[in-house]
Design a protein around this ligand. Structure first.
Ligand SMILES: Cc1cc2nc3c(=O)[nH]c(=O)nc-3n(C[C@H](O)[C@H](O)[C@H](O)COP(=O)(O)OP(=O)(O)OC[C@H]3O[C@@H](n4cnc5c(N)ncnc54)[C@H](O)[C@@H]3O)c2cc1C
Ligand code: FES
Length: 282
């Protein structure tokens, strides 16, 4: 959104300041006393200082996390992350306690592009998030609001037990969808996007999406059909996060590959042939 922030070399130790429950997810915060302010869409490689690594086996490598919010506070920048406990890394991060150490490398990767640089102008931005993928859209939404760019937010969840993170959105104009119908429209968040693109002149604006691969692919196809420019924040298994291991390579529409950690994780929808990348999403 603003320019890409460059990570200082090496990892640095931050202090965890908070960890709270949020309807099946956790939101944890850390004080980064020396890193730059991240741009929306960028991510960090995270590892707990205790209970991580060789002496305990997995988790061994750090885990990639989108920054959900960043606030200047006394002593540095408060970074918020939204986590869904799935495996050893995310489960350990979900159990971080205030006062613990957190190793961070970042901010890494390519952030979201400003709507006016992506599209021809017009109604602004449409943000589409699914599940844990709502995280980078929270900081994007706030950055857009601060710049006076109008944005509409569509968020979808599978069910009530995994539907957290809404408190990161400092706005009331959020339209919700849930597959079990516990809140908002019963169905997919892409149903809401489809209605919006059919009903509006959205072609002058830009769509920003993050969520599971099936959702991202549906967003990509809808935007292609309606001639709307879109950026997708994607995931792939990441071992290093800075271009060294090639573990995060995904195919490009025109042939060849990109490393999602350095050329993404935000990609233009027309750069890729499909968002259904093997090994991505969860
Ligand atoms: C750029 C980026 C940003 C991310 N942001 C967040 C976030 O904000 N919040 C959050 O909870 N998670 C996020 N993830 C996903 C997170 O990094 C993985 O869920 C995590 O690495 C899994 O580690 P684990 O040890 O808990 O589970 P593992 O045992 O390693 O994996 C558990 C399951 O998740 C799948 N998985 C593993 N790594 C990834 C991955 N990188 N992407 C997708 N699926 C994976 C595995 O196939 C397996 O099914 C992000 C990933 C990327 C690449
Ligand atoms: S995660 Fe190692 S090259 Fe991308």
């Amino acid at each position: 959104m603003s320019g890409r922030a460059l990570a200082p070399p090496g990892r640095r130790l931050c202090e965890v300041t908070e960890n709270r429950e949020s309807r099946g997810y956790r939101i944890f915060s850390a004080l980064d006393s020396s890193g730059p302010t991240p741009a929306p869409g960028q991510f960090y490689m995270l590892a707990a200082a205790r209970g991580w690594g060789v002496e305990r086996g997995r988790p061994y490598l750090p885990r990639a996390f989108s920054v959900a919010m960043a606030d200047g506070v006394q002593g540095g920048i408060r970074l918020d992350f939204l986590v869904e406990p799935l495996g050893p890394g995310t489960e350990r991060l979900a159990r971080l306690e205030p006062g613990e150490g957190l190793w961070v490398t970042g901010p890494l990767g390519v952030p979201f592009t400003r709507p006016e640089e992506l599209a021809s102008g017009g109604p602004g931005a449409i943000l589409v998030g699914g599940g844990i993928g709502i995280a980078p859209l929270a900081i994007l939404r706030r950055t857009l609001s601060a710049r006076g760019v109008p944005s509409r937010v569509l968020l979808g969840f599978r069910d009530r037990t995994r539907s957290g993170g809404l408190e990161l959105f400092d706005c009331s104009e959020v339209r919700l969808a849930s597959e079990d119908g516990h809140v908002g429209h019963q169905g997919m968040v892409t149903d809401l996007l489809s209605v919006l693109l059919h009903g509006d002149d959205a072609s002058g604006g830009a769509v920003y999406a993050c969520g599971p691969p099936g959702m991202l692919e549906a967003v990509r196809q809808l935007c292609v059909r309606h001639g709307v420019v879109a950026e997708l924040a994607m995931e792939a298994p990441m071992a290093c996060g800075f271009g060294a291991c090639f573990g995060c390579a995904i195919p490009l529409a025109e042939g060849g590959f990109m490393r999602l950690c350095v050329d993404g994780p935000v990609v233009r929808a027309d750069q890729i042939a499909s968002a259904l990348v093997p090994g991505s999403g969860h």
